[in-house]
Write a protein of this length. Structure first.
Length: 142
């Protein structure tokens, strides 16, 4: 498995990464994804993709964040494995890769949020030795 970082403007973002990412974020269009990444990149947003047999099998959107609670952490915005690649170790490899990046960057934590209805994802995160550490509250403004 090859795990690579993709910069804004990389044509693989629209043709290979977005179809996998849309399995988690179906509202994303190619234009919206491009705009979000262009703006988010300046805020530290990065996308990393796992390739197996030349095909995008998984995607992680992440950033390094500093705050008063966790100090320095790698926060995972998106972690998705293609339906066709589930239960093949792709999620484990991506998460392990991100953990290595976090450690290399001096992070104290690797954090992510997962929607309450994604119970199979929760089982995966618990198997990966992650804890349920907080409730996430949200209020839609639009």
């Amino acid at each position: 498995m090859d795990i690579i970082d993709l910069e804004p403007g990389d044509p693989r973002l629209g043709t290979e990464v977005l179809p996998v990412l849309r399995q988690l974020r179906p509202h994303l269009t190619e234009e919206l994804f491009r705009d979000v990444y262009a703006e988010g990149h300046g805020q530290g947003l990065r996308f990393t993709a796992a390739y197996s047999d030349g095909r995008c099998a998984g995607v992680a959107g992440w950033r390094i964040v500093v705050n008063t609670n966790n100090l320095r952490m790698l926060y995972v915005d998106d972690l998705v494995v293609a339906d066709s690649a589930r239960s093949a170790g792709v999620g484990h490899e991506l998460l392990a890769h991100l953990e290595g990046r976090a450690r290399q960057a001096g992070c104290q934590w690797l954090n992510l949020d997962s929607a309450t209805h994604r119970t199979s994802a929760h089982r995966f995160y618990l198997r990966e030795r992650m804890d349920i550490a907080a409730f996430h509250f949200a209020k839609q403004l639009t």
